[in-house]
Design a protein around this ligand. Sequence first.
Ligand SMILES: *Cc1c(COP(=O)(O)O)cnc(C)c1O
Length: 382
Amino acid sequence: MKSIALSLQHCHNQNRYRRREVMNSPQGVHVLLENTPYLSFCSNDYLGLANDERVKNALIEGVSQYGVGSGAAHLITGHFEPHHQLEQALAKHTGRSRALLFSTGYMANLGVIDALSSRGGLVLEDRLNHASLIDAGLSSRADFKRYKHTDLYDLETQLKNATQDSPLIVTDGVFSMDGDIAPLNEMSVLAEKYGARLLVDDAHGLGVLGASGGGVCEMLNLNENDKPIIMGTLGKAFGSFGAFIAGSGELIEWLIQRARTYVFTTALPPAVAMASLASLKIIQTEPQRREHLQFLIKKFREGVSELGLELMSSQTPIQPIVVGDEKQALAWSEALRKNGVLVKAIRPPTVPEGTSRLRVTLSAGHSIEDVDKLLHELRKLA
Ligand SMILES: *Cc1c(COP(=O)(O)O)cnc(C)c1O
């Protein structure tokens, strides 16, 4: 193995070295990064709830009622009333029988895939799935295979050839670096046909897609038979923190027994669950946030195609502009930044070689003028 110093140097040479920068303001559209003001297009706060007064007040109220730390895992004495209420509300919101809270989406994915796979089983994943799903597949005891991105033919071929019982198909609902949506209706049919199970990671769809923000399954009308099982996160459109799995009562009972990332970790602070409950209420009662967001997405796409830049086929707030090489992506990001606009360059290994991009994410917090400003700055680069 190379020394750490050499490996770091290698990152540098490939233009892949990553640095953290310090935020000095709340998350949102107008931020202070390293004490400099920017118009930001790089958070996952799709509905502008991370700094919402009502969500903040719910957290503060939660702290005065329950203190800060949960002090134990859910199975000991860490399962508080707000956790319980949030689980029931999330089950209802996603049209599933039950839901189970996890501390993060990463842990939810590791936990559910581990609990649903065993030696001699098969986990089938989309090639472009989120890293946490890939890690979960790799560390499960089952055989792990990938199919081509959203390729139903490849998926069916692998299902046909599988010798294992009830494979677990796993996909992002909205792909985090491309913004496109998995063909879940067709995948559901394939799962049924081959006796497979289906898990969808809806980190980027929940709150954003579907008439009431129920996510990709609501949008595609997939509310029958708990197919697919849903993983949702609370740190993105919810503007809070945490994650959950939603599915049948039996599934949730099994996860409580077997999901190691559920059993062996401290429960979220109950106040955070109260903040998530407040977000959920806003998500359900303020569809105008989703409507405004959809309007901005349309406006942005029209503007970018007029500039002759390459967009991906995305109808979600994730709108990557493909640049190609790492250096160019970094140079563009840097040029925008000089003019007060924050858009991050995404490079390998997060995305495949040769597809470095500017990952623009839109939020209901953006105004029409904000999107105009971004288009104006992009015009200078194009
Ligand atoms: C962000 C994300 C996760 C991880 O969720 P956290 O709560 O941030 O750990 C999982 N899957 C996808 C697709 C994501 O975008």
